[in-house]
Design a protein around this ligand. Structure first.
Ligand code: AHQ
Length: 251
């Protein structure tokens, strides 16, 4: 706080960049890595049907990401930003021959689905998607459609916290879930460097856009909205797949 200015003026000044970023990063405490369902998932406490339920529901999020990113692009009048942002769509939808390393993250997530015992149709039919997951993901896509591109970019900054959650899966799943073929974990391995690249771009935009305290506060509110999207998804998945779910209802 700037002591030389009257409090009413000082509290309207933007925080210095490092303090603003520290406040963004402090929201990690609300990241879905701390959700009870994720803690059970990454500690090996879940049964195969519960892992399958999570994979099938997260597929709905993954397949929505390119539509969210296209919405951000559609609002963006800056070619330099579009050139960088376009990489995100290719990362998920694939490019060139769409084979192997060019297949894209949605296809690699499909491989995770097959590795946990789901069929391609289980995923692409969306038959396992829970209402709460659908509503949370759709809220994210619609946010990107109706927001300025800068706020759309800021909403992706939950990925500041993603490398840790991917690393937890890579470290724990092979021993916790030996029934899952290790090749199915490729998505998590692939995503870590991409998340780091994307966060670098997202923070550049956040710092240049948030040149007032009002915009900095707005950025924190947007990040909280996206944290709530991810948290709500796990609430819905946790509720859908209790330990005592009847056998015939298990994915
Ligand atoms: O696999 C994930 C991914 O492709 C993205 C894109 C990014 C965005 O644009 O909002 N966020 C994101 C995330 C992915 N995986 C999540 C996970 O827990 O595996 C984390 C999620 C995120 O932190 O926003």
């Amino acid at each position: 706080m700037n002591a030389a200015l009257p409090p009413a003026v000082a509290k309207e000044l933007p925080w210095p960049a490092d303090e603003f970023e520290a406040r963004l990063r402090a929201r990690e405490s609300g990241y879905h890595i701390h959700h009870a369902f994720n803690r059970r998932l990454n500690s090996g406490a879940l049964a195969p049907f519960q892992v399958r339920g999570w994979v099938a529901n997260r597929f709905y999020y993954q397949q929505a990401i390119p539509m969210k990113d296209a919405a951000v692009m559609s609002n963006c009048d800056d070619r330099e930003t579009r050139r960088r942002w376009a990489l995100r769509l290719l990362d998920h939808d694939g490019h060139d021959d769409f084979e192997g390393a060019n297949a894209g993250g949605i296809e690699v997530w499909t491989q995770l689905g097959l590795a946990v015992g789901l069929t391609r149709e289980d995923l692409w039919s969306q038959r396992h998607v829970q209402p709460g997951v659908r509503f949370a993901v759709d809220a994210y896509v619609n946010f990107a459609r109706r927001s300025c591109w800068q706020e759309g970019v800021i909403s992706s900054l939950t990925e500041m916290f993603a490398p840790k959650i991917h690393a937890d899966r890579l470290a724990g799943w092979p021993s916790h879930y030996p029934w899952i073929d290790a090749s199915g974990l490729a998505y998590f391995r692939n995503r870590i460097p991409l998340a780091q690249r994307d966060v670098e771009h997202g923070l550049e935009v956040a710092h240049s856009w948030c040149d007032t305290r009002t915009r900095q506060d707005r950025a924190l509110a947007i990040l909280q909205f996206k944290l709530d999207v991810l948290w709500t998804m796990l609430d819905a998945v946790e509720r859908a797949y209790p330990d005592d779910l009847a056998e015939e209802l298990r994915p």
